[in-house]
Write a new protein. Sequence first.
Length: 160
Amino acid sequence: MHVSPETDAPFLHLRPGEDHVHEFDVPEGSAGTYWYHPHPHGSLEGQLGAGLAGALIVEGPSDSLPGIAEAEERLLVLKDFPALRGAPVLVNGAYQPVLDAEASSLRLRLLNASTERYLRLALEEHPLYLIVTDGGLIEEPVNLEEFLLAPANGPRCSCG
């Protein structure tokens, strides 16, 4: 999402116990999955590794399109531990969680909150369609066998 650098507050430093409310206007046409994260140079990887990041969802007209509106929606924040190469990837903070779905179709909003790890993702015995990339609805869903999800400084996506 493109916002003013002042809104992003990259030079704001908070001490333990302090808080700050970020207020910003969402630009028109910005529906999608985004993320919030710290900015301090030199300690970013450690803060992300400790879990200081999360998803920000902006809803828009595409959420009411047939096929998307009926789907059960799940947000999956995937992250590794930068200091432990080869460490497991957590999903919403849990190791190997089970995802139960009741609807016939499922929309997955995926955020790779890792600092460097690319994730190759696939579904067994289920079709997988790419419908959104980095906040923007694509013209036609793309049927995929698997896909590579870049770290959060790269694109986010939604699949159904």
